[in-house]
Design a protein around this ligand. Sequence first.
Ligand code: PBG
Ligand code: MG
Length: 335
Amino acid sequence: MSDFASFPNTRMRRSRVASWSRKMVAETTLDSSDLIWPLFITEGVSVEEPIAALPGVSRWSVDNIVNRAAEAIALGIPCIALFPNTQTDRRSNDGDEALNPDNLMCRAIRAIKAAHGDAIGVLTDVALDPYTAHGQDGLIDESGYVLNDETVAVLVDQAVNQANAGADIIAPSDMMDGRIGAIRKALEMNGHSNVQIMSYAAKYASAFYGPFRDAVGSRGLLKGEKKGYQMDPANSDEALREVAMDISEGADSVMVKPGLPYLDIIRRVRDRFEVPVFAYQVSGEYAMIEAAAAVGAGDRDALVLETLTAFKRAGCSGILTYHAAHAARLLRTNT
Ligand SMILES: NCc1[nH]cc(CCC(=O)O)c1CC(=O)O
Ligand SMILES: [Mg+2]
């Protein structure tokens, strides 16, 4: 019968018709164990401070951070990432509050570990921007130039300070050269041979960090740019050099940041190196999704799950995302 003579040889749609079938052929899965939840800490007791630039995200006092950690555990999220909003009078030119064993970060680490032990991983940020009066990630000279080797020396002490408090993963976000090797050596020498390093290896000088700087209180303070140490968004080969160096210096895992505009970088890193790759879906990306949902440009829950699945497809072992708890809840009800 000539009517049937021209049917498609292969019908790709066949496997897409039913939900069970779509699940069966899915090449990528997203699970709560893929998520790392970044949390902001502030002084006080029973404090929740909503962050205007990040609707739905708050700064929490240490006691409340312990509760957020409990929430993460209940949701199957394996790790939380901590960022302090240091009170203004403790910020200085040299950021030495970062070395205070009783700073906000260390008190939060100790409280979480005391309450939850190894039920959850605590990843801590190494960089000076939450502690400096000028908002740069390192020490500066008179011209405002961020000094590399002098900064690394401080970052090493900051990392050991956090490890002493109980941090499980040290995550340097500063982009100084040589800091991974220096931190690894100091951790070994101070009895922290099992403390991991997740390097922000390919971190770009991005316009997507604005809301984060509000969250840690550095936006208004920041003098100048970070283009002198963070990567140029035009570059991709350079990201592979950065990653190769950090691996050779002892990084256990590497990060690409921001996330969605840099999926090509994630894929290249994944294909080139046998190391876990994480992406940071940063504050500006979170804010874009929330803004899109607020004006009805897209369904919030669908946007969240689609973007997070895209990170997995690109080759990520996991994703740092402010949507972590929400996504984990969605995954629980969807499966
Ligand atoms: N050490 C700074 C730091 N660590 C994490 C972020 C951004 C995270 C986000 O935007 O969610 C930044 C901002 C910056 O480099 O200025
Ligand atoms: Mg580097």
